[in-house]
Ligand binder design. Structure first.
Ligand SMILES: [Zn+2]
Length: 366
């Protein structure tokens, strides 16, 4: 149920076509985050107009709410949210450790208190996979443990070994032909990451992700790890860098052979007035835009830039009108899709270095 065809290569960077149950995704791709089964403030028509090919939803959040198998009764997540294109579901490993209270880890899973109502929940790899199967995901992720940046090497090693065991349980729990990706752990240690990768590949997953990054480490440390391990992920399978990020970090990772990305930055920043443009970042709350009747980005053909000015959006934002968040989200989501298109084209035309230089000039100081 997954077919991945590599198209163009420019040194380590590559473009490809990912064929999934609900459609085709061109890689390198950026998945807009719709944690609870919606990209905050955007209707599906907005996402389609932004040319989003795939979105990411979260099994952890959708397991806690809605309760009572509502999504299953609806006929799966695609029907529930009326989204006909691919959905990747994150397993919830990261969220269990970052959002839950009083987590207790054992070899079989994690016991934690629901942040919604305090109920005790025991999350296991099997339960995570069952949830993702019931959601009807196009790509499922194994259940894993994430360590913080401050974890010691011993802690990271132990956690990585537990994640390997859970990877095996996740694989066994998938009694369908639905695609399942393995997640390489190992914190900031290249040798541990190599062990994790070598063990994971024995299970022949449908794709491989780098997890446990974007957990507070400086970006140069993260970029070093991606540079070391990125091109070692199996060549013929999709490679996914989880939770990253900024345009500059995405393009550096593409250079190392990464195909898939997700991050809350475009939508979260939009709701806070932080916009991406071809000339760098723009903060709509800055007073200098009070009487600026030009669009956010003159070169951008998105719905927001075609119809509204910086001054008007700034006014809406100051009035706390929810339209401000929607219009700015549309622009940022479009910007990221356009950015990935430029990246794919530059790989095809062998001009990735020039594009990197351009992004460095506009974004390195952000
Ligand atoms: Zn725009």
């Amino acid at each position: 149920m997954i077919k991945f065809t590599l198209k163009n290569k420019s040194r380590k960077a590559r473009t490809g076509i990912l064929e999934l149950k609900h459609g085709i995704v061109e890689t390198p791709t950026f998945m807009t985050v719709g944690t609870y089964g919606s990209v905050k403030s955007l209707a599906n028509s907005d996402l389609l107009e932004c040319e989003a090919q795939i979105i990411l939803c979260n099994a952890y959040h959708l397991m806690l709410r809605p309760e009572h198998d509502v999504v299953l009764k609806a006929g799966g997540l695609h029907k529930f949210m009326n989204w006909s294109k691919p959905i990747l579901t994150d397993s919830g490993g990261y969220q269990v450790f970052s959002l839950s209270r009083q987590t207790r880890v054992s070899r079989n899973g994690v016991e934690f208190k629901s942040p919604l109502n305090g109920n005790k929940i025991f999350m296991t790899p099997e339960k995570s996979i069952e949830t993702q199967i019931n959601l009807g995901s196009d790509i499922m992720m194994i259940f894993d443990e994430c360590t913080p940046y401050t974890a010691t090497r011993d802690e990271v090693k132990k956690s990585m070994e537990l994640s390997l065991y859970w990877a095996e349980l996740s694989k066994k729990a998938n009694n369908t032909t639905m695609p399942l990706f393995g997640i390489v752990q190992g914190g900031m240690h290249n040798d541990l990451r190599e062990i994790s990768l070598n063990e994971l590949t024995k299970h022949n997953f449908d794709g491989y992700a780098l997890g446990g990054l974007s957990v507070g480490e400086p970006s140069d440390i993260r970029n070093d790890i991606v540079e070391h391990i990125g091109c070692k992920l199996p060549e013929g399978k999709p490679r996914y860098l989880m939770g990253v990020g900024k345009p500059i970090d995405i393009i550096y990772a593409v250079r190392e052979g990464i195909d898939m990305f997700d991050c809350v930055i475009p939508t979260r920043n939009a709701r806070n007035g932080q916009l991406f443009t071809n000339l760098g970042n723009l903060n709509i709350r800055n007073k200098k835009y009070e009487s600026d009747f030009t669009p956010i980005d003159k070169t951008c053909p998105c719905f927001t830039c075609k119809n509204y000015s910086r001054a008007y959006i700034r006014h809406l934002d100051r009035c706390n009108d929810i339209l401000a968040g929607r219009l700015m989200s549309i622009h940022n989501v479009y910007f990221y899709q356009e950015f990935m298109r430029k990246i794919r084209l530059s790989i095809q035309e062998n001009t990735l270095d020039a594009l990197i230089e351009n992004i460095e000039q506009n974004y390195i100081h952000e």
